[in-house]
Design a protein around this ligand. Structure first.
Ligand code: FES
Ligand code: FES
Length: 152
């Protein structure tokens, strides 16, 4: 079985895995990184959203072979030690989550958006495709705007 080396939340890891094994299962089952959630497995719900080289990606449809030599960041790697990311702070302040299942992916998508723009419009926020069955979209929008202001 081939082996692949990449970085997960700042630590270099090497895993033995079939080339086509989805990165979501490498993270969750081989490495015990459970922040990225499984919802659909077909790049629709976005519950698994994480970052690959700093940009949002969906590990449920990304083979481990595509991640070799690259930098994977999950919700577990977002805070700087005890210092939460401003998006996480805003999420807490706005009391965004309900059941919480979609929230790691929502936060990672929000962080990726704020890397692209420091002044996100409602349309840009609404273009985030992450599904929330609890309907927390209004609070997500408010939290993203609050985080954007804090980061400017
Ligand atoms: S699990 Fe639904 S997009 Fe990845
Ligand atoms: S908080 Fe429950 S699915 Fe989003």
């Amino acid at each position: 079985m081939p082996s692949y080396t990449f970085t997960v939340n700042g630590e270099s890891v090497t895993v033995d895995a079939p080339a086509d094994l989805a990165m979501l299962w490498v993270l969750r089952d081989k490495l015990g990184v459970k922040g990225p959630k499984y919802g659909c497995g077909i790049n629709v719900c976005k519950a698994c959203t994480s970052h690959l080289d700093g940009e949002a990606f969906n590990p449920c449809v990304t083979p481990v072979s595509d991640c070799a030599g690259r930098e994977v960041t999950t919700i577990e790697g977002l805070a700087d030690g005890d210092q939460l990311h401003p998006v996480q702070e805003a999420w807490l302040d706005r009391d965004v989550p309900q059941c919480g299942y979609c929230q790691p992916g929502q936060i990672m998508a929000a962080v990726a958006l704020l890397k692209r723009t420091s002044t996100p419009t409602d349309a840009e926020i609404d273009a985030i495709e992450n599904v929330c069955r609890c309907g927390t979209y209004f609070r997500i929008r408010e939290a993203i705007k609050q985080a954007a202001a804090a980061m400017r």
